[in-house]
Design a binder for this molecule. Sequence first.
Ligand SMILES: Cc1ncc(COP(=O)(O)O)c(C=O)c1O
Length: 491
Amino acid sequence: MIPYKTLLHINRSSKQTLYIQLTNQFIDLIKSKKLPANTKLPSSRVLSDLIGVHRKTIVACYEELNLQGWVISIAKKGTYVNEDIPVLQQKWVENDLPKKAENSGFQFSKKSFLNRTFPQSFGKGYMYINDGVSDERLTPVNEIATLYRKISTKKHTTDFMGYGTTYGNIELREVLVDYLNETRGLNITIDNILITRGSQMGMFLASQLLFETTGYIIVGVTNYGSADSTFKYANGKLLRVNVDEHGLDTTEIEVLAKKYDIRAVYTTPHHHHPTTVTLSAQRRIHLLNLSKNYGFAILEDDYDYDFHYNHAPILPLASHDVNGNVIYVGSVCKTVAPVYRVGYLIAPKDFVDECAKLRRFVDRQGDAILELTFASFIKDGSLERHINKVSKIYKARRDFFCQLLKSELHEYLSFEIPKGGMAIWATLNKKYSWDTVAKIASKYKLIIPEWQRYDMAHVNHNAIRIGFARYNEEEAEDFVFRLKSAMFELP
Ligand SMILES: Cc1ncc(COP(=O)(O)O)c(C=O)c1O
């Protein structure tokens, strides 16, 4: 007789139910062949007496083993270890498994411009220059988790568990319509909004529809790299215009619009990415007029509308759009945290409808429970409270960081204090190169990733974007100390 009493251990203080504990232990015994194929298991009554658990627990355990295929129950005969156990066979096969091919044995298209890997971690003690991200420690994780849990367990949640609309949850759309009309003066209705998984998805969908097989899009000489790649992937041909202290040069846009069939202009008007400048009022009006006259779209990426420190926010171009030329994308990913993939695309109805159709083939639908969570988070004023709270902190961090950079590194770096956002645009004295700084900085465990290095692109400047919002004072000092140590070693 197999010594079941010794082999099976019941832990009554474990959170795992008794029958699951027993089931797992039986599976281990079968896998390790301590219970060989065709072994007859003791009856539920015998085993229950032997190990001192209720008979119903043994019955439930045997049923589970039977369902999973580890044992076979034969009426009036008993329960036997199955001789045909897939895992055991798999083990045997595993020993002889041929080495996996490194490359695929089929053709597919590869685009070098999509090559932008983002390491998960640089190792303990490393700091890296980020392009302006929020401080995850300030994220109201518990509040959001409580809402999510509450919504998940509500009775009516079953309504949202199945396949649903590709436009996004209706409650969130309604809440966002009110919120965006109120905070950004958009004057939209529910027909103008599609929920996305972030601004990036909005840009992807829009550009797939804007270019089809070809078409021109105007972007800044310096521009958000992922936007460039998104447009190229959609067959958009990029034309570049200069960016000065007033933002994109709209006179250059006009010259190009006369010459080319322009489908769109991409802009981050609140704080241009990467240079952080704000598009001036005159240029905003000029751009809107051009879009009407030449019939192109303005793809307005308002990625950090919520963070402005010197003045009230400037209303988006979308709020002045009366001719149906603006596609406006935004999200909570910068404002709350990138992990919450909730964003929106705002546009005229016909365009929204087409995006909703296309979205179905990229991502069948969003996470309705997360969307409902954010509907509630916005409706009860939590989002605005969060923005007010972190804005004050980021403003103080901006001031501290800029002051520190100025006092410690003025011989090497020059920059304007940004009016908003989460990053500064720092220009290195032309005697030096970021390449050399990056190499020396790695000795001090400070990584300057390539994607921050706008100096490496086609552009004639020597600047990079440095995010400050993530660092408290101690971390900012540490960061500047490492950068300074590297700069001091510059040849
Ligand atoms: C200018 C700009 N647009 C869009 C995005 C993407 O935002 P989301 O996380 O909402 O997709 C980013 C993210 O870094 C960004 O910097």
